[in-house]
Design a protein around this ligand. Sequence first.
Ligand code: IPE
Ligand code: IPE
Ligand code: MG
Length: 242
Amino acid sequence: MLFRKKAAPAPDRLPRHVAVIMDGNGRWAKRRGLPRTAGHRAGAKTFETISRRANALGIDTMTFYAFSTENWKRPAEEVSALMDLFADYLRRIEQFQKENMRIRFLGDPAPLSDELRDLMRQAQEQSAGFTGTCVNLAINYGGRDEIVHAARQLAGQARDGILTPDAITEATLEQALYTGDCPPVDLLIRPGGEARISNFLLWQSAYAELYFCNTLWPDFGPDDLDRALAWFAARNRRFGGV
Ligand code: IPE
Ligand code: IPE
Ligand code: MG
């Protein structure tokens, strides 16, 4: 065939779990002379576009880093604009649920407002039975915080005689993480030009393929996702073997 389209990655080479560090909103806005919050609004649109694309491709799980345990260091106005964006999105969640996508949240919800926590709980409950892509939104998430939280949970079970220290295995620790039954991260994508993990999914990414690109998150489109997936499909994953 003369005009064959560039081949999409074969379905059996699709990652089961893709994690995305949504970075570069602030710089995107600055380049346009806009306030950082305008960048976050644009980034929220990208989040919706990319989740839809992942769902259309049949990716099992997508985890998006929306707010880290370190992001509280930002100016109060920026933090509150981000919280408003999360709430706005969750108020429109029905639209998203029509597409059969499941939504879950990773992180410690304790410091979030009652209203936001209610919206999160509702969205999670309403979509629990859906069979499309599972979209995890990491809000007030930190990889170290998550491991401490899991350790505390297991220590409590040991104290109560439910679990002996010897019975603590990689599997029991993994179960106690916010991600619970999610498959391990196969592909971690970080747009925005930085080559670091920033405390995201430390345990779950132990064997992830790491994909960094310079595109700022608001400019990251379905084609960029496809490019990352094609790159992933060409990796030789050895997991310590030969
Ligand atoms: C990512 O974009 C969004 C959050 C961390 C909430 P940034 O706000 O970090 O954008 P840059 O890195 O400043 O460009
Ligand atoms: C990581 O981005 C956190 C999120 C995308 C939510 P940051 O912009 O906070 O990361 P650093 O500060 O550059 O490491
Ligand atoms: Mg950043």
